[in-house]
Design a protein around this ligand. Structure first.
Ligand SMILES: *Cc1c(COP(=O)(O)O)cnc(C)c1O
Length: 386
């Protein structure tokens, strides 16, 4: 009995997500510290911007302090203000709706497709009003949204279109890269995301004017201090626009640069794990594995199964935790959150996913034996629940 107990407690806990770093990131930090430029918009930031522009196949990138700041920065630069409405995919992290509120504008939440958890474009089209200024759609949990249709609608109706690509570094739709859709996109470099430096974000866009203005506004409305110090003239910044301090430190940019260089290898690992989950969980009672339409490549930032109606998802999370395995919800149904209380809307599909999605451990360093432990534990916990 005692030895069995020991065997149980000696099993290490399996986290939901874990950043994958090695000496390369440590060395990159050391090099920046020694370089003398550790603030934002320095050489590392510029390199990171190029790396993300290449990834998204856009002409510009703008490094920012996080994805939420990037979304706010874009909306502010596009002139979104009180009285405006922005259509927002309902199944997302709160940041997507909060960024609209920071501008004093109103997020209008649109329900999502049940299979991809991305915005339902037919519904969205019906919800355009005279006050609608634009759209923020989301690559939900790393699954690309229906960008071709969204781009057509935005263009025909004169709306801006922003891609919340927080979870989508490396994702593709019909051969086009995530981060390259709409007027501009924002990636997150938070610890839970596919490439990370702890906290950070990058905007990508093909609109050079928007990029230049957003980059200035991320630095109080002035040009980069690193560039100014090297200029041949001395000019004082004029502070003519409402600027913010949304820069990403060059220390963090250097870490993110190393991570981007590993993206392909991270993606292959996540894809292999997703395939194994799909094969081993497909027949499990009470569970539906994610569906991937043939035209898109998700990033598997989150691997979420859908539990049958009537199964108490939160008690499954607790049951898994008792076996030292961290699970979680998929993400949030924004219209259900008190902070968005004043905005009435009906999004039954998003609400159901909010209640029934179960995210399983998913990160590049998850081993195959750990993954089998997850599957075995889930089978046990599900048997008890159904
Ligand atoms: C994580 C996330 C954000 C916020 O990213 P931060 O970099 O933490 O600000 C925004 N939108 C979505 C969809 C996310 O998953």
């Amino acid at each position: 009995m005692i030895s069995r107990y020991r065997a149980r407690v000696s099993l290490s806990a399996i986290p939901l997500a874990k950043p994958s770093t090695d000496e390369a990131e440590v060395n990159a930090v050391a090099a920046v510290l020694q370089s003398g430029w550790i603030a934002g918009q320095g050489p590392m930031g510029t390199e990171l911007e190029s790396a993300f522009a290449q990834l998204a196949r856009t002409t510009s990138g703008i490094a920012v302090s996080n994805c939420t700041a990037g979304l706010h920065l874009l909306l502010a630069t596009l002139g979104v203000a009180a009285g405006d409405e922005v259509l927002v995919a309902d199944y997302s992290f709160p940041a997507t709706g909060l960024a609209v509120m920071y501008c004093g504008a109103t997020p209008v939440f649109v329900d999502v497709r049940a299979d991809t958890a991305t915005v339902d474009v037919d519904l969205l089209e019906q919800m355009i009003s005279p006050r609608t200024r634009g759209i923020i759609a989301v690559d939900a949990l790393g699954m690309p949204a229906d960008w071709h249709r969204l781009e057509r609608i935005a263009q025909n109706r004169g709306l801006f279109l922003i891609e919340d690509a927080a979870c989508a570094a490396g994702g593709e739709l019909n051969g086009r890269a995530c981060g390259g859709f709409g007027d501009a996109a924002v990636f997150s470099l938070h610890a839970r995301k596919g490439v990370t430096c702890g906290e950070g974000g990058v905007i990508t866009t093909n609109d050079a004017g928007l990029a230049a203005e957003a980059r200035q506004r991320a630095n109080f409305g002035m040009s980069s201090a690193f560039q100014r110090q090297a200029g041949e003239t001395f000019t004082l910044p004029d502070f003519s626009s409402l600027g913010y301090n949304y820069k990403l430190s060059d220390i963090l940019a250097a870490v993110a640069l190393i991570q981007v260089s590993k993206l392909r290898q991270f993606h292959e690992r996540r894809q292999a794990l997703a395939t194994t989950y799909g094969e081993t969980l497909a027949g499990m009672h009470g569970i539906t594995v994610p569906h991937v339409p043939p035209d898109r490549t998700p990033t598997w930032q989150t691997y979420a199964v859908t539990l049958d109606e009537g199964i108490d998802r939160n008690s499954i999370i607790l049951g898994m935790r008792q076996q030292s395995i961290a699970c979680n919800i998929g993400t949030y149904s924004l219209h259900r959150l008190p902070v968005f209380d004043s905005i009435r809307s009906e999004c039954p599909t998003s609400r159901a996913l909010f209640e029934r999605h179960l995210a399983l451990p998913m990160f590049p360093d998850l081993t195959i034996s750990e993954q089998y432990r997850v599957v075995d534990a889930l089978a046990r916990v599900m048997r008890q629940a159904t």
